[in-house]
Every structure is written in C-alpha cells, then in structure tokens.
Design a protein around this ligand. Structure first.
Ligand SMILES: [Zn+2]
Ligand SMILES: [Zn+2]
Length: 313
C-alpha cells in the first residue's frame, strides 16, 4: 500500500481536535461528484493538487473542521490520509458519519469517470487499512446507500455492489504497446550522448509518445520492457559506442540516471545495433528515452531505426 501522509501532501491542520470514533460498521465509498481532469492519469502532481483543493473546499466552502473523507485515492493507487482512522468523517451526511468511514476515489461525473484498476486496488488498500487501524467493520457501501446522492457514480458503485473485489492481478498482466520509428537522419557527433527522436508512431493507442515526433516513448508510472534497433552510418570500422535508456522528468528539467549501458563496435558499411531491456520500471512523472554515444573521431549519423515498448500499469 502506498500511503501518503498528511505532511507529504501538504494538508492544512484541522481547525479543532477531530471527534474520536472507536469503531464503525464499515466504509462508504465516494467520488468527487464533479469534473476530474483526465490529465491526472499522466501527472501525479495533479492528484496531489486536487486533494489539497478538496480539503480547501471542505474547510472554506463547507465550513468543515477538515477534509471530509477518512482517505482519498488517486488513479495511481496512492492512499492520501484524510481524517484517518478513529476520527469522525463528515462526508457521509448528517447522522451517517459515525456508522462508516468515508473513502473517496478521484473520479467524477465528467472527465475522468472510470476508476483505473490501480485506483480500485488503492481503495481496497484504504478499506483494509481502516479495518486494521480503525476497527472498521466489514460493510462496504456507497454514499448513495441511505443518502440521496449519485455518489460514488455508476462505475464505482457497480464495483461496491460486487463487494469491492481487489482487481485480479491477471487483469493487469496484459501489456500495452508502443511502437515508433525514425523518419529523419540524426547526427552523431563523437563523445556525446545523442537522444533519439522518433518521428513516426506505428502503434500508440494510449498516447505514450505524447510529445509526438519527440524523443519520449513512455510516459508515467509503469513496468516495461524495451527494444530499440538503430542503423548507424559513417562510423569507421572498430569505432566503439554505447546505447542506453534514460528517464527524464516530465517537464524536462532533470535527468534521472540511466538503465544498463550496452556496448557496440562499428562494422564495415552500416552498423546495426540492438538495445534490449527486458524489465524495468518508470516512475510517476517520468518519461523514457533512448540515447546513443559513439567514441570515434568522425561524426556519424543514425539513418534508420525503431523502438518497441511493452508496458504494464
Ligand atoms: Zn459522496
Ligand atoms: Zn496519483
């Protein structure tokens, strides 16, 4: 379970000491009830901002003591501590708060409306955490059970009615796929890591190569495997070189170490090189790129190539 402490998400302090709750019958599941920006899925910083905004709305708009939920869960399965265990929530409605803790999934009735499997896993984690740490009973209900509201929305409520099952890990075993190719020759000066630019998408249904025509081929938290094949021209026979994959921050400000480096030696004519990374993980707000370096004395070029990424999230 990925628990985000109040300190870590920058929560404001409650106005007064929260009312204590010794135990509950269980947990009620909620959603935001309005528009949720779909870009949350690619940018976890937006999840954190949204949680802060919800707390502000509850404290400044509703005049509550604190955010109304016991916990909030983002599309990346992170469980943000709200009021937490053994504290009376405010989100279930008057008279209904001492019966159940309140857990909110960051989906709404517009924009992002369907929970990811990771979010369902995170809500399940939050429920089990409240049972363990807060003496929550076994009931799992929706906000609409016993209160006139659409909350938690169709998809989350359907899941609640099934008993809120932890998503089958096997459902997440089917990888998604990105395949890109080179469209223009790229210069390869000596002794310099050159980031490969991919001008063509062969397959990218989930828009991972989001800077289309740019270098990034996977965007955001995932397990992945990568292969890239390149054709290099103009390197004297015996020129040594290296290939690697690198992670960069989504806003391009920082470079985060590289995966294993693979060596090659130029052959006569064009040199074909293959980079293969069987398994690695990419962090939240990180992008994946491929780089090549040659240690000769003359400038060569990359004349052709393609990359394929299988990823799981
Ligand atoms: Zn609700
Ligand atoms: Zn998130």
């Amino acid at each position: 379970m990925q628990l985000v402490t109040r300190e870590a998400w920058g929560a404001r302090s409650p106005r007064a000491t929260p009312e204590r709750l010794s135990s509950t019958k269980g947990v009620k599941v909620h959603y935001t009830g309005d528009n949720v920006d779909p870009r949350l899925e690619d940018d976890h910083d937006r999840c954190v901002a949204r949680v802060r905004q919800i707390q502000n709305a509850h404290m400044d708009g509703n005049g509550w003591n604190d955010v109304g939920y016991s916990a909030l869960v983002c599309p990346h399965a992170h469980v943000f501590v709200g009021r937490g265990p053994h504290a009376l929530p405010a989100a279930n409605g008057a008279g209904l708060n001492s019966g159940h803790y309140a857990v909110c999934g960051l989906v709404g009735n517009k924009g992002l409306t369907k929970p990811t499997n990771a979010m369902l896993r995170g809500i399940r984690d939050a429920i089990e955490w409240l049972r363990r740490e807060g003496d929550a009973g076994t009931e799992i209900k929706g906000h609409r059970d016993g209160y006139a509201t659409d909350c938690p929305g169709g998809p989350l409520y359907a899941w609640v009615k099934e008993g809120a099952p932890r998503p089958d890990e096997e459902d997440e075993d089917v990888p998604e796929y990105v395949s890109v190719g080179i469209t223009a020759e790229q210069e390869l000066p000596p002794n310099e890591w050159v980031t490969i630019t991919w001008g063509r998408d062969f397959s990218d249904s989930a828009h991972q190569h989001s800077d289309q025509g740019g270098p990034s081929i996977l965007n955001g938290a995932a397990k992945y495997s990568l292969t890239a094949s390149l054709t290099l021209r103009g390197l004297p026979v015996g020129t040594e070189g290296q290939l690697r994959a690198v992670e960069v921050h989504a806003d391009d400000t920082a470079d985060f170490g590289s995966s294993p480096i693979q060596d090659f030696i130029a052959t006569s004519g064009d040199t074909s090189v293959l980079y293969a990374l069987p398994a690695d993980t990419l962090g939240v707000n990180r992008r994946l790129r491929v780089q090549v370096l040659q240690s000769g004395t003359a400038t060569g070029s990359v004349v052709n190539g393609s990359a394929k990424v299988l990823y799981w999230r």
